[in-house]
Design a protein around this ligand. Sequence first.
Ligand SMILES: O=C(CO)[C@H](O)[C@H](O)COP(=O)(O)O
Length: 161
Amino acid sequence: MDCHMMVAQPEKWVDDIADAGGAMYCFHLEATDNPIALIDKIHKRSMKAGVAISPDTPSTAITDEVANAADMLLVMTVYPGRGGQKFLDRCVPKVAELRARFPEKDIEVDGGVGPKTIGACADAGSNVIVAGTAIFGAENPSQVIQDLKVAVNTAQAKLST
Ligand SMILES: O=C(CO)[C@H](O)[C@H](O)COP(=O)(O)O
């Protein structure tokens, strides 16, 4: 289970999530003073570590040291809080910046992602997608999932040539 912790003091919940069977613990960079220590703590509990940035945080806030220690980087394309928000196009360049810096890293996008916005995310280099409303509100959720996967796989194949 990929647990995206939109919480203050993310250090506090690592053990609880590990005990509950979490496989990935993703925390917000804005919520900690010591991301490297937190990543170490997550790894010591045998979980992967994800580092998320909110819309107003630049990609450069993720230092090379943090990115290299993390297993995944998450670019929020809405403000953390609730599903159903409008996709913020202005966050897409951050995906491309991180992809250029970290060609091998998993880069996730979350927020307002669906058939109309997946192209921008995938072309910028995102290979992990969170989609809520676009899937649960669709007449044919399986088709939407399939379309999102095809968009990502096609873009990833292009980026690797
Ligand atoms: O957690 C979120 C915001 O806080 C996500 O954006 C949300 O869960 C995904 O839903 P949607 O695809 O409707 O944006």
